[in-house]
Design a protein around this ligand. Sequence first.
Ligand code: 5GP
Length: 138
Amino acid sequence: VPTIFSRIARHEIPAVIVAEDDAAVAFMDIAPASRGHVLVIAREEYPDIGSIPPATWLRVMALTQRVAQAIQRGLAPDGINIVQNNGAAAGQTVFHLHVHVIPRWADDGALALWRPGAMMPEQLDAVARQIRAALGDD
Ligand code: 5GP
């Protein structure tokens, strides 16, 4: 079953599209966190960052940057968040990879991404060892 975003990419269901090319589509989020919240998707359906081919991911990031630059020029926000959720535990609700481009204005309270935590240096080393080992598996 195609995701709702695949159907948007094929123009089968309506969306307010701001830009598209052969690899990626950018359209307005239907429930925006702020004025100008845009989603950038790959035309092809990949659920998440783990499954998208690197070359396709780069195309999504290229359109994401163009859209962020256009938002900066066109809407003049005080800042922009780029957010990309993978997995239900991370807040992903549509399982077709997408990047959120969210313009921010000072004190808008539009989103809080994390609360700063605390880790001892040896704990940082231990988790870095796990990540490095996994990188070596590639
Ligand atoms: P996620 O939580 O998966 O990172 O984000 C999914 C986003 O897609 C949400 O911000 C939600 O508002 C948006 N969304 C869900 N369904 C639709 C839709 O049919 N059209 C549009 N334009 N946005 C959608």
